[in-house]
Design a protein around this ligand. Structure first.
Ligand code: 9L3
Ligand code: MG
Length: 146
């Protein structure tokens, strides 16, 4: 078996694993995509592309406000296997942080048609987008109470 090829970093996507508690997460928020058609129905960590001139964490706060109507406190980053990033597909890699909601109640305002809080034992229970499955596995591995 050969090692997976490191993807070209390409455009950076940022996303959040929104949990109930940064230190001992037991509940995780999953968002079902409604757009574009080829991704619709797949569940993901909310987030999106960093715009030119934006810092990654600025982009994360912007995306969570636009997509879910919430403000968050950002916690630890969950580093991916490719220089800290997660492979998403051609031309895209992702960074992801844990986060807790500090203001607002998450609502599917943009690009999603359903949100679901997944409790202990349920984190892998929705059909995550292929790129996000690996992240879910890593999150479960670092969160024994989940
Ligand atoms: N993507 C995959 N998993 C995620 C996120 C936030 C994004 N958790 C993929 C889906 C799109 C691309 O990255 O192909 C850009 O995402 P967006 O800007 O459409 O949210
Ligand atoms: Mg998005």
């Amino acid at each position: 078996m050969s090692e997976p090829q490191s993807p070209a970093p390409g455009r950076l996507v940022v996303a959040a694993a929104i949990v109930d508690d940064l230190a001992r997460p037991t509940r995780l928020l999953a968002a079902r995509r409604s757009e574009p058609p080829e991704l619709a129905g797949g569940w993901e960590f909310p987030g999106g592309k960093v715009e030119p001139g934006e810092q990654p964490l600025e982009a994360l706060h912007r995306e969570l406000h636009e997509e879910l109507g919430i403000a968050v406190e950002v916690g630890a980053e969950l580093p991916g296997p490719f220089d800290g990033r997660w492979a998403l597909g051609p031309g895209l890699t992702m960074r992801l942080w844990l986060a807790v909601v500090t203001d607002g109640v998450p609502a599917p305002l943009e690009d999603h048609d359903e949100l679901r809080w997944l409790g202990p034992g349920q984190w892998a229970s929705v059909p995550w987008l292929p790129a996000d499955v690996e992240v879910v596995d890593a999150l479960i591995a670092r969160s024994p109470s989940a």
